[in-house]
Design a binder for this molecule. Sequence first.
Ligand SMILES: N=c1c2ncn([C@@H]3O[C@H](COP(=O)(O)OP(=O)(O)OP(=O)(O)O)[C@@H](O)[C@H]3O)c2ncn1[C@@H]1O[C@H](COP(=O)(O)O)[C@@H](O)[C@H]1O
Length: 134
Amino acid sequence: MSDSLERLYLAVLAAKDLDPATSRTARLFQRGPSKMAKKLAEEAIEVVIDAVNGDSEAVIRESADLLYNLTVLWASAGVRPEDVWREMARREDLLGIAEKLPKSPMKLPKVASPRISARRPIVALEGRAARKRH
Ligand SMILES: N=c1c2ncn([C@@H]3O[C@H](COP(=O)(O)OP(=O)(O)OP(=O)(O)O)[C@@H](O)[C@H]3O)c2ncn1[C@@H]1O[C@H](COP(=O)(O)O)[C@@H](O)[C@H]1O
């Protein structure tokens, strides 16, 4: 997927200075970021409406339009696809770390209110911190 988005991004960059009369992309660049943002938002709304209606073919078509408009906005904002991939990789790394962490919190002794038991260590830490200050 990233390959085709990168190709689309390059096609958008190549088209941005073409004649606005013949190129939709050049027309969007001529109109500026707010028009681009409006187009992107419209496509996003179309995707969600189609998804809610269960029309998966329309979701596919509108998603392609959405991605086109997203690459136009990236190009206008000076954001490159690799910038987005880097952020996604960073999140993937973080999630990898999260997956290695224990899924359930430390088991606490059974008490009447779990809310109170969860607070206890904080109260103890505050007390210790307060003693240190004096
Ligand atoms: N990948 C796309 C692409 N995907 C979607 N779209 C257009 O974006 C439209 C979706 O927006 P809209 O629903 O608003 O279209 P519309 O209903 O015709 O409304 P208007 O935009 O005309 O107001 C689609 O109908 C497509 O025409 C695209 N337009 C261009 N590209 C590529 O962008 C590059 C530059 O193309 P030009 O912009 O034609 O120079 C080329 O590589 C193209 O293949």
